[in-house]
Design a protein around this ligand. Structure first.
Ligand SMILES: Cc1cc2nc3c(=O)[nH]c(=O)nc-3n(C[C@H](O)[C@H](O)[C@H](O)COP(=O)(O)O)c2cc1C
Ligand SMILES: [Mn+2]
Length: 504
């Protein structure tokens, strides 16, 4: 949006609109050769994903699914695709984009209800005997997976029985048979709390799952927003216009009108299935398979030839939880720190290399005694950053939090392990953390907060950095070609402020 509230770029309402934009920058690869949904599609995604910034893969010829289409890793490791999804222009630095997203996350626009009959996703509605989930392509991603996962880059929609608030969360969904899918969500997640509000009344919990969706809805579903506000409002805020929805006559839930494919049905308190294991965002199989609630599917709504969206979970850079989570989590932590009134925040990053969610880096301009410790503790435990994250590093403003080389350098030159590290215990984690053993101790975790800032007590006398003088840098830039170097001179951000005064 610009100042007068007009959208700068053409609106994106559907996955089709998004694909058009992404195709225009050459970041969709259509794969028309026949491929197997059993391990082959995911292997291709993993291998293609080794190139940072590589394309999203649209599989159009999946063995056994005539006409079936599946988009693997919509975000991948591409900053461009994150930019497009949050309705921004390309070419911005990661930290600039995180800041923009964090501002957009402060806006809320409620969804707009349209007539169900006009919603493109209602072009086809299968109910009763016609319900057959196995009609749609779903990959088995890793050799030890418990089954085909149709829901990964998805949005699972639930509601709170007492307040009516509609939640959107990304939760994995394994096909059990034509009419049932597993519904795994970690303790503390909103879908878990929501379904329990229905079960406490002795009622089945209504639930819908969107398996083909526009990536902004995927991003907002995968981000920890306040538990009492619908993700639809935050998606609208980022979109700069309301998300179009309709009310389901089957479950009463609010569903996205422009989705590709939605299932809906009910989940019961006293019925579970065997679900998992699944190769997870950590790059490991998470908890072993176990008893999990499931969804009894009453209806499937879909466009003609719908596109299923899928997320490969793996080690970086092929992990769909890498760049998207890096951006979304960092932006949300920034929003949370701002909303608590913490001053001096210069940048927040969640390194995609750290399983997307495992680490938070905040750079600050230290303003008062205890400032760095306060930022570390709040970034560790605020809603946007608390889940799973193990390492929280606070650095000064001259350190770029998106540059791990600079962060590591600050850690070894500014922190003192005996003084600068705090451990937080019994924190919010997950059954999926392979380091928590024996597994019975899960989902409790711990966190390490590292203050890698110059010690504030000695900030005036802290050893000066060896920095170039700006005028010397400019001179060398001007002579770069003459000196025999090719290309542009490197960008340098920090320069010497010393003008000849005596260093004490
Ligand atoms: C691709 C992907 C798959 C995910 N799968 C799960 C899952 O199976 N279970 C889970 O608890 N969280 C999963 N998450 C994390 C949640 O989506 C995330 O914590 C989100 O904030 C949950 O929604 P909520 O904040 O409304 O509870 C996944 C995230 C991504 C990006
Ligand atoms: Mn939520």
């Amino acid at each position: 949006m610009d100042g007068d509230g007009k959208l700068k770029v053409a609106p994106i309402n559907s996955l089709g609109d998004w694909l058009e934009r992404v195709q225009a920058i050459g970041e969709v690869k259509r794969i028309t050769a026949p491929v197997d949904s059993d391990l082959e599609m995911s292997a291709i995604t993993y291998m293609s994903g080794q190139t940072i910034g590589g394309p999203a893969l649209l599989f159009e010829n999946i063995k056994g699914y005539p006409g079936g289409r599946l988009l693997f890793n919509p975000f991948g490791s591409s900053l461009n695709r994150v930019a497009i999804s949050i309705r921004e222009d390309l070419g911005k630095d990661p930290i600039e984009l995180v800041q923009i997203l964090s501002e957009k996350m402060k806006r809320r626009i409620p969804p707009k209800f349209v007539e169900a009959s006009t919603a493109p996703v209602n072009r086809n509605i299968d109910q009763g005997d016609k319900v057959n989930l196995n009609k749609f392509p779903a990959p088995t991603m890793w050799p030890r997976d418990g089954g085909k996962y149709i829901g990964t880059a998805d949005s699972v929609i639930t509601s709170d029985f007492n307040t009516g608030r509609v939640n959107m969360g990304t939760f994995r969904q394994m096909i059990l048979n034509d009419k049932q899918v597993g519904f795994y969500a970690s303790p503390g997640k909103d879908a878990v709390l929501d379904r329990e509000t229905w079960w406490a009344q002795g009622k089945p919990a209504p639930v819908a799952a969107v398996y083909g969706l526009e990536p902004l809805l995927f991003l907002t579903s995968a981000t920890s927003f306040p538990k009492d506000v619908s993700e639809y409002e935050f998606a609208g805020g980022i979109n700069g216009a309301p998300i179009e929805v309709f009310k389901s006559d089957i479950t009463g839930l609010t569903l996205p009108a422009h989705a590709e494919l939605i299932i809906e049905g009910f989940s019961y308190p006293d019925q579970t299935c065997e679900e998992g294991p699944f190769g997870e965002f950590t790059g490991y199989y998470g908890r072993p398979g176990g008893a999990t609630p499931f969804i009894d599917i009453k209806a499937i709504r879909y466009r003609d030839n719908p596109i299923v969206t899928s997320a490969l979970m793996s080690d970086w850079p092929a992990n769909e939880c890498g760049m998207m989570w890096a951006m979304a989590k960092a932006a949300k932590v920034w929003t949370d720190l701002n909303s608590m009134g913490v001053p001096g925040i210069k940048g927040v990053w969640s390194p995609p290399e750290a399983a997307g969610w495992g680490m938070t880096v905040v750079s600050i301009q230290q303003k008062y005694a205890g400032h760095a410790a306060q930022v570390g503790a709040l970034a560790a435990q605020c809603m946007g950053g608390a889940y799973f994250t193990k390492y929280i590093v606070v650095v000064d403003e001259d350190v770029d939090p998106t540059n791990l080389s600079e962060v590591v350098w600050a850690m070894v030159t500014r922190s003192r392990p005996a003084q600068s590290i705090e451990i937080l215990r019994e924190t919010w984690s997950t059954y999926l953390d392979p380091s928590l053993n024996p597994p019975e101790i899960r989902p409790w975790g711990s966190k390490c907060v590292i203050n890698a800032c110059k010690e504030f007590k000695y900030i005036k006398t802290f050893s000066p950095r060896s920095l170039l003088k700006k005028e010397t840098y400019d001179q060398v830039c001007a002579r770069w070609t003459e000196l025999g170097f090719e290309g542009k001179p490197p960008k340098i951000k920090n320069f010497e402020a010393f003008r000849g005064e005596k260093i004490s």
